[in-house]
Every structure is written in C-alpha cells, then in structure tokens.
Write a new protein. Structure first.
Lengths: 846, 238
C-alpha cells in the first residue's frame, strides 16, 4: 500500500468491528442472484443508474457517429432521410433523457447520503422504482429504433409535424409515452433528493455547513420538481390529441402549435441547468481538494446557484425568438438570458480564485476540469451571443447552435462528469486511476471535440441549417463538415480510451486506502468500496470540512463511537434532522429490499406497451393492476411490522419518525404536491394562453358547463378537507377516539364528490373533439376526478390501517400526510371552478 | 508515455491552423451569413465579428489566468494578499466583466434589432410579397402584380420588401442568409419579415425549421435584380 494514496483501510472482518459489520449486514446486506432485483440501497441503485446511463451514452454516441458519417461528404444518401431523421431525434433524446439527467441523478443518489452523513436516501424503494421505470422506458424507446419506427420529428417534437396528420405511425407515440415513463424516475429522484438533503443530514450539519455539492443537487432537484411537469403535461396533451382526437395544438379547432413550444421550452431551458448545475457541483467539490484549500466565497457560490435556478425558469422564450413574438417580450427574455452569465461568472471566478490562492496538485481529474473550463467558457460566450435577438435570427436553427449546445453540454456536463468519475473511482471500486492511459483519453477527447465543434460554428455561419440529412456541394460547407466528421471519430476514440482506462483501473488499479485524495467531505469516511450501510455510526459535524478537521474520523466511525451504532433491532436507521439547524429530531427507519418497486414498474411498462399498440382496454387493466400493487406497497409503512419490527429506541435517542407528526413522508408529500402543482399551473397556463393568444380561438355556441353540480363538487372537497383537518388536530392532541369512523365518513364524502364530478361531466354539453375550449375543460375534469378518487382511496386505506392498529394515537404520522393531499384537492377544485366557470363570465363569454 | 499528450496536441494544431487560414478565404458562399448582400445581414455580420473578437480575448484571458494559477508552487500567499486576490477576481471577473459585457452588447444589439423591424414607412412603402411554406416547397406571391412563383424569389435591389410568411401545413422557417435573419412560418399566423437587398445577384434560401422527410431539399433560388429588370420580370410572368 502506498502512503501517497491514504492510510490502509480497516479490515472489517476482524474482531469487534467484524462482529458489528455482520450485525449491520444482516439488516442492510444486498441479496444475490434473482433477488438482486429487490435491492433498494442507494449505493447499488445510484451505481446502476450510472452504469445504465453509460450504456445509453454509448448508444447515443453511435448514433452521432452515423450522423457524422452521413454528413462527412456532400450529396451522400447512404442513410435515407427517414432513418437519418430517426437517428438525430434519438441522439438528442437519448443523450438528454437517458444519459445526462439519469447519470447525474445516479451520481447524486450515490453520493448525497454519504456526503451528509446518512445511511441511505429517505425513500429507498422509490429510488428502485424510479430506476426500473428508467430502464423499462429507455428500453421501450430504443426498441422503436431497432424496429425502424423510432420518433423522427426531432427531440423537440414540434406540432403539427408530430401530430397524427403528419406523423400517422407510432413513431411519435414512442417518444411521448416512453419519455413520460422515464420522467417518472426523474421526478421521483427529484423529490427524494430534496427531502433527503433537507431532512436526513447528520447531527449538527446546518445549511451553512452543508457541502457545496448538496446545495447544487438541492437546486437541481427542485428544478426537476418544477421543470419536468410542464413537459409531462405537454406530452399527455399531445398524446391525447394524437390518440383521442382532442385538439390542443390544432389551429383550425382553436388550438395553437406555439403552446406546445411554450410547454416544451418551459421544461427545456431549465433542463440545460438541471444538467449543468450538478456538473458544476462536481467542479466545486473537486477543485478545493486539489487546490488544498476551502473554496473561495462559499456563500457567493450558494447564492449564484440559487440565482441560476431562478433565472433559468425565465429564459425559455429565447428558444423561440423566430416565431414572431412581441418585441417587448423579446427584449425581456434577451436580457434575462444574458443575466445568467453573472452567476455563472461568479462561479468560474470563485474556482479561479480558489486555485489562485491555494497550493494546487495536479491529478487526472484536474485535466478534465481544465478542459471543462476552456470549452465551457467558449460555449457560455456563444450563449450570450445567441441571446442577442438580431444575431439569433441569423444563426437560430443552424449548425452554429449545434456547436454552441455541444460546447455547453459536453463541455459543461461530460467533462466534469469524467473528472468526477476519475475522482470517485477509488470510492466506487476501491482502486486508484493512473496517469498514463488517462492522458491519452483526455487529449483525444478534447482535441476531437474541438475539431468537431469549433469548426461547426463556421458551418452554421456559412448558412447550413440543422437537421438536414444531406447538402449540396458548392456552398462552402464541404471541408468544414469533413473536418467535423474526422474530429468526431477522434473524439469517439478518446471516449473509448477513457472507458478502457476506467475499466482497467477499476478492476486492476492500485488499492486505495482511506481518503486517498485527502478530501474534506464525509463520503470519504466510508469504506472503499462502501458497505451498504455507509457508516457504522453517525458522527456529529460542526464544520464544512469534517475530514480536514479530524483525519481519524473514518476509523472512529468504523469503531462505532458515534450514534445509532446498533442494528440488532432489525431496523434500517438514519437521523431525521431539522432542515435548517441540523438538530436531530427523530430516528428515521427506512424500508428494506422488496419486490414491489420492480413489479410495479414492470406492470407500468406493460401498460405503456398497451398504449403504444392502442390496446386501451388492456392498458386500463394494467393501470389498475399497477395501482393495486402501488397501494399494496404503501401498506407496509409506518407502524406495520415489516416497516418497523420494533418501536423501541435506545435511551436518550429521539422517537421513530412514524411515532411523530413530522416525518420525511410529510415532506415527500409536500414536494410531490409542488410537482403536481407545477403540472396544474402548466395546464392553467395553457387554458389562459389559448383564450388570449390562439389565432382561431373559438367558443362553441352550445357549450354549457353544469356549474351548480361543479360548485357542489368543489364544496364537498373543501368540506371533506375541513373534517380531515379537524381529525388530525384531535390526533395531535392525543385523541384517537372514533378516528376510524371519521375516516370512513370522509372517504364517503370523497366518493360522493367523485360521483358528483362524473355527473358534472354528464350534465355538461361538451364536444371535446370539436374545440380546444371543450378539450381543455375535459382535461380539467379528468384531472380533478383522478385526484379526488385518489383522495378517497387513500382515506379508505387510512381507515383500514386504523382498524389494523397501524395508525392511531401512538403512530399518528400518516393522516397528516393524507390531509395535505385533501388540502391540495380542495385548492385545485376551487381554482379550476374559478378559471373555467367564473373567468369566462368576466371575459364576457359563455 | 509522457509525450503522448504532446503528440495529440501537435496533430490538433496541425489540423486547426490550416482550418483557420481557410476560414479567412472561406467565409463566402451563396448561403453565407458572412457575405452579406442586404442591410440586416450586414449589421448582423458586423455584430458577429465584434462579439467574436471579444470572445476570443475573454476565453484566452481566463484560460491563461487558469493555467497560471495551476502552476506548481510551495509558497502560500499571506492572508492579506489572498483577500485582495479573491476580491479582485470575484468582483472583477465574476460580476463586473459580465455586467459590462452585457451592457455593451445590448447597447449595440438593441438598436441593431430595432432597425430590422418592419416599421411602417409612408415615404417609401415596402413591396409586399406573400410567402407560403408547404411540405416541401415555397410558394411566392406578389399580390400587387398578381404573380405567383414556386421555389424562386425575385427581389428588387435597394427597395425594402415585406415578406408575409405563412404555412400551409407544418412549421417551416423562411431564411435568406445573405439578406437577413429568419422567421418561422407557423400555421394560423402571418409573420412579417422586412428585408432590403443592397447587391444584385443570385443567392440561396433554405427552410430552417425541421419540417419532415424532405426538409433538406426545401430550398429556393433568390434573384436580386435592378429595379427595371425586376419590373420587366414581373410583367413577363403569366
């Protein structure tokens, strides 16, 4: 063992430590064989996310090489246009949805609990469920390419091209259904990361002492929570238009294709920062370690991360400068787009200042960070250029934008990611990278990348549009395209060398000791590779650099000197702490391995296949089965013996979270409702947008909403919520007398409300296939019905759980969670009533 | 293996240098934004060269600072020096640099964009041309002369032209790179693009928004003629 790479690791198989390790492994251990499908541990799930993302990256890269081969020379058509269109659509889709986001989420899922001193993410089964949705959705999507019926209308899916008239085959359906399925994993990971970071930090880790990486991931996760729902809504609407004929984007029936663009870019622009922020978080984590000093301006960096996240939601229109929108709007979005350069500049110069005032050592990851810096600055500058409207009009939709985007995404995401992979390689595998092969990999990738994309700026300025499968000679585009194609193959060779290097060193590199890079963050206090439980005991933290303050911390943790060092109760435990101060509030007991996530995702995949093959009865059946599975999964929760076999905690420790009122589930519900609310807001936006902007908006002459019934339905929901709230209040006072009866009553109110909503639909005169007006109202009603039906089902389950003794005075946790759902339902019922019934009165319609 | 990096570096530069030289002579083309033949394209090309110059300076400057900061050294600057360096870098580079750049850029950009808009002009009313995108061809209509053409656009030199752009099916984008920026052809809408050619000659237009199978072939010949020749051409049409 070499002293340069840290102290020799403890041998967990020996003595006292060995006994404790065995005890923990009985609770936390991962099964082998077929039962490996039941693993929910964040280390395994996060690693699997990254491995699957890597495979999708290679597939997306292969598509890129086919594209570049076709464009190498003018007038080539060995790829026919229909295949070429599928390839460029899938290249973008795979790289964005199946590589960039999942791989970064996987890294975050792997690292975050370790960095904040927790043993797992807060909803481990949800992580596993998300992973399987991702795998199945990605497989469905790629299967379409193998069958030659892949999406072929661009990753942006602009209507009307992607509509049923111009794309009659199943191509677009694969995108809409497959991607929405994959997005389940993105949103669930987003919810989970937010709650984990806010609620499971180790004792004493305040927001101000949290590692910067956690700040970046918190911002990313919140952006996912708000950013993905508009696209999910857009996809649902477009699929409804394609499959059921409800018009939302069809001008002739009062829709507007530009609404799709708004919904798409409302997601699409934050998406860029969802990818960039975690990558920048990697840089902010690695750089201080190799500069051997804390980062300069921690607060500045945190502030700029938050600012970036906010501003990125106000930029989406800069993807639409050529659609002919009002000048004032263009000026606003142009300025906002440039403003994002300020927080980005602050981060870049904070890194520079850290290096400047530190004592840098040069290792392989620094090579990639330097490559990132050069490429990303160039890409950022062309980004500012593109924000300038007159210049944008000229180069929009040309290869200039292709070049810019690859500078930002490859430079801003892939390079930091590879730096991170090299840096955490000893963590993943327990072995060190070396310098020889890695240099070849870097220089080939860096050189090939610039050869490909630097020249491509010129190709665009010479007038070559994007997404053309061929071009004529004599336009001056021949040599720059050839150079780009050659460069892309050099880059591919570089990627191959990097993979080979990571593989060889991951398997046969020198053994890494404890904390081989002398890093400051807690993930290096685990064993390498880590045990499933991360830490034998959970240490208190009082600064941002626990391992610099106390280099012997890893040994002390492994010896079980800190908190929660027993597992003989059979529970998987971690701290539940105050979101701001990090004060310990409760012991969170986490669910263990289970088949539910895998099986539920599998049945959902079957449902997607049913939708794709237009077997709607079959799809409905599968949806019903998956709902039953998900509910059955939720049954093993709280005070259920499978969730917490033993409710006793050690003397001096706080109670189990299921015996309090403020567990992580409550936070999970709130963050989920934020995502749901973002989807609802997008629908509301669509409604008002169509009213005010759609070129041929029309109010059907005989459209009539049965408003008295609708009002009654809304009132019932508010009443149900009020009753629920009162019961939860009484539970808080320690009173559970008659709880079950009250819950049955509330469930009955929910049922009556659902019936009233159906009656509203029945009593209204709506022709949803004829006008957008009626189509949107139909979607509103369906949305309300779905939510109220779920409220009814959840309340019924609560009543049953009271009867089974899983919910009551001693375990009062769950009704408070369901109450939030009721509150949300009551709110959207009221708002929808105002928007659909009252607003048109004020407008002078209906 | 230490030479490995350098070899690649050499190859990289050997390929890039001729590419740079070629660029100086290779900016021309029938569809090149860098060989402007109209007002809007000329302003945009000028904007581009200005922004390009500044960007090269900024990228090179920050890269050099970075490489300098990376050099191996044993001494650590004292606390006062550190504070000074940090303040200068964060306030100067992180805040002042982007703010100044944005202000300057908008100072040039907003008037430039303003000048390209189709403002009403009573003294010299622009020629009205209606362009409709179809999968995958362009229909060009001159309403005053009652003339319709397919995949060819004739324009008078030195006279402002308002192109009323529509679509008959999916979204297309009308774009003559040598004359000016592009505008989308969207079903249900009419977008107006003001262009003024300042040089006669033949150039090329191409659909810029992906529109399906034969998007790559949706091109159009653009002929800029002297005013009398343009009028003659209009009269010759059936």
């Amino acid at each position: 063992m070499n002293g340069e790479y840290g102290r020799p690791a403890l041998d967990p198989a020996r003595g006292d430590a060995g006994r404790r390790h065995d005890e923990f492994n009985r609770v936390w251990g991962n099964p082998r064989g077929l039962r490996a499908l039941t693993i929910v541990n964040h280390t395994t799930v996060g690693r699997n996310f990254m491995l699957a993302g890597g495979v999708f990256f290679l597939l997306g890269g292969l598509m890129a090489m086919l594209i570049r081969t076709q464009l190498a020379l003018p007038g080539q058509d060995w790829l026919p246009p229909d295949i070429y269109n599928q390839l460029f659509t899938m290249h973008g889709t795979v790289m964005m949805f199946l590589f960039a986001v999942p791989v970064l989420e996987g890294l975050a899922m792997y690292l975050i609990p370790k960095m904040i001193g927790a043993r797992d993410l807060v909803f481990p089964r949800l992580s596993a469920f998300g992973f399987w949705c991702y795998i199945f959705g990605g497989t469905i999507l790629l299967a379409s390419l193998a069958l030659g019926i892949a999406p072929d209308t661009g990753w942006f899916m602009y209507t009307p091209l992607s509509g049923a008239e111009h794309t009659p085959g199943p191509n677009a359906d694969f995108w809409l259904i497959g991607i929405t399925f994959v997005e389940i994993s993105a949103v669930s990971a987003g919810v989970e990361l937010v709650v984990s970071i806010m609620r499971t930090r180790t004792r004493g880790m305040t927001l101000q002492t949290m590692p910067l990486f956690a700040w970046y991931i918190l911002a990313m996760a919140l952006m996912i929570v708000f950013g993905f729902p508009p696209l999910i809504l857009g996809s649902i609407l477009l699929e409804l238009e394609r499959a059921a004929g409800l018009p939302f984007f069809d001008v002739a029936r009062g829709g507007d294709p530009v609404l799709w663009q708004h919904l798409f870019w409302l997601f699409g622009h934050p998406e860029v920062y969802i990818i960039f922020l975690p990558a920048a978080g990697i840089v902010s984590t690695l750089l201080p370690v190799f500069a051997r000093r804390p980062i300069v301006g921690y607060r500045w960096v945190v502030l700029s991360v938050i600012t970036t996240a906010f501003i990125s939601f106000g930029l989406w229109v800069h993807h639409m400068f050529t659609i002919g929108i009002p000048q004032l709007a263009q000026a606003f979005f142009s300025m906002a787009s440039m403003l994002v350069a300020i927080p980005t500049g602050v981060q870049i110069f904070s890194w520079l200042a850290t290096l400047w005032t530190g004592r840098p050592v040069f290792h392989v990851p620094m090579l990639w960070i330097t490559g990132f810096l050069v490429i990303f600055i160039a890409g950022g500058l062309t980004g500012v250029m593109l924000a300038l409207v007159p210049f944008n009009w000229q180069v929009h939709d040309t290869h200039f934008v292709v070049a810019h985007m690859h500078y930002v995404l490859v430079g801003g995401m892939l390079f930091p990611l590879v730096a991170g992979l090299y840096y955490w390689l000893p963590h993943f595998t327990g072995r060190m990278p070396s310098r020889t092969l890695s240099r070849w990999g870097f220089w080939l990738t860096f050189g090939g990348f610039n050869l490909t994309f630097l020249v491509m700026h010129l190709t665009g300025l010479l007038g070559m549009p994007r997404r053309v499968y061929t071009y004529e000679t004599g336009l001056g585009w021949d040599w720059p395209n050839l150079v780009s194609s050659v460069g892309s193959f050099v880059m591919a060779a570089g990627v191959a060398v990097v993979l080979l290097d990571l593989l060889i060193h991951g398997l046969y590199g020198r053994r890494a000791g404890i904390n081989p890079w002398q890093a400051d963050t807690l993930e290096w206090a685990t064993a390498t590779p880590p045990s499933p439980y991360n830490f034998m005991s959970l240490p208190p933290v009082s600064s941002r650099h626990p391992l610099w303050d106390d280099p012997s911390l890893p040994e002390a943790i492994a010896e079980g000197r800190y908190a929660l060092a027993v597992a003989n109760h059979g529970r998987r435990e971690t701290w539940g702490s105050d979101p701001v101060s990090g004060r310990v509030r409760e012991v969170v007991h986490l669910p263990g391995n289970a088949w539910w996530p895998f099986v539920s995702a599998l049945v959902l995949a079957v449902m997607c296949i049913g939708l794709l093959s237009k077997q709607y009865l079959f799809a409905a059946l599968a949806a019903g089965v998956s709902l039953v599975l998900l509910l059955r999964w939720s049954w093993e929760n709280g005070a259920h013996p499978n969730a917490a076999p033993d409710a006793r905690t050690a003397e001096g420790d706080p109670p189990l979270h299921s015996r309090t009122f403020d567990g992580p589930g409550l936070w999970g519900m709130v963050v989920t409702l934020l995502a749901d609310g973002a989807l609802y807001m997008a629908l509301l936006f669509g409604w008002f947008y169509l009213w005010t902007v759609a070129p041929q908006w029309q109010l059907p002459a005989d459209s009539r909403v049965d408003w008295p019934l609708w009002l009654l339905a809304s009132a019932l929901m508010v009443g149900g919520w009020w009753l629920f709230r009162r019961r939860v209040q009484r539970l808080r006072d320690g009173e559970d007398e008659g709880l079950e009866r009250a819950l049955w009553l509330i469930a009955a109110i929910g049922l009556v409300q659902c019936v009233t909503l159906v009656a509203t639909w029945h009593g209204s005169v709506l022709a949803p296939r004829a006008t957008s007006h009626d189509a949107v109202i139909t979607v509103f009603l369906l949305y309300l019905l779905l939510h109220c039906a779920l409220a009814t089902v959840m309340t019924t389950l609560q009543a049953l759980r009271v009867r089974s003794g899983y919910v009551g005075r001693l375990a009062p946790y769950e009704p408070a969670v369901v109450e939030y759902w009721w509150a949300y339902c009551a709110l959207v019922c009221g708002v929808t009533f105002a928007a659909v019934v009252l607003w048109p009165l004020g407008w002078g319609g209906v | 293996m230490a030479g490995g990096g350098r070899t690649v570096f050499d190859v990289f530069f050997r390929l890039l240098l001729p590419a740079g030289l070629l660029c100086l002579t290779g900016c021309d083309g029938p569809q090149s934004t860098l060989q402007p033949a109209g007002d809007a394209a000329r302003v945009t090309a000028a904007l581009w060269w200005g922004m390009f110059g500044v960007s090269v300076l900024v990228t090179a400057g920050v890269t050099l600072l970075w490489l300098y900061a990376l050099r191996a050294r044993s001494e650590t600057p004292d606390a006062a020096q550190q504070r000074r360096a940090q303040r200068w870098l964060m306030m100067g580079g992180g805040v002042a640099l982007p703010v100044i750049a944005i202000v300057v850029l908008l100072g040039f950009g907003i008037p430039a964009g303003h000048g390209m808009l189709p403002w009403p002009d009573d003294e010299r009313p622009p020629l009205r041309i209606e362009v409709t995108g179809h999968q995958w061809w362009w229909q060009v209509h001159y309403p005053e002369a009652g003339v319709t053409a397919v995949n060819q656009l004739h324009l008078p030199v030195d006279r402002p032209v308002d192109l009323h752009v529509r679509s008959a099916d999916v979204i297309h984008a009308f774009w003559v790179p040598r004359l000016g920026g592009k505008i989308d052809a969207i079903p249900g809408r009419t977008n107006v693009l003001r262009l003024r050619a300042t040089e006669t000659g033949t150039m090329r237009a191409q659909c810029a928004e992906f529109c399906g199978l034969r998007h790559a072939h949706m091109t159009m010949t653009v002929q800029v003629l002297p005013a009398p020749a343009f009028d003659q051409w209009l009269e010759r049409q059936p």
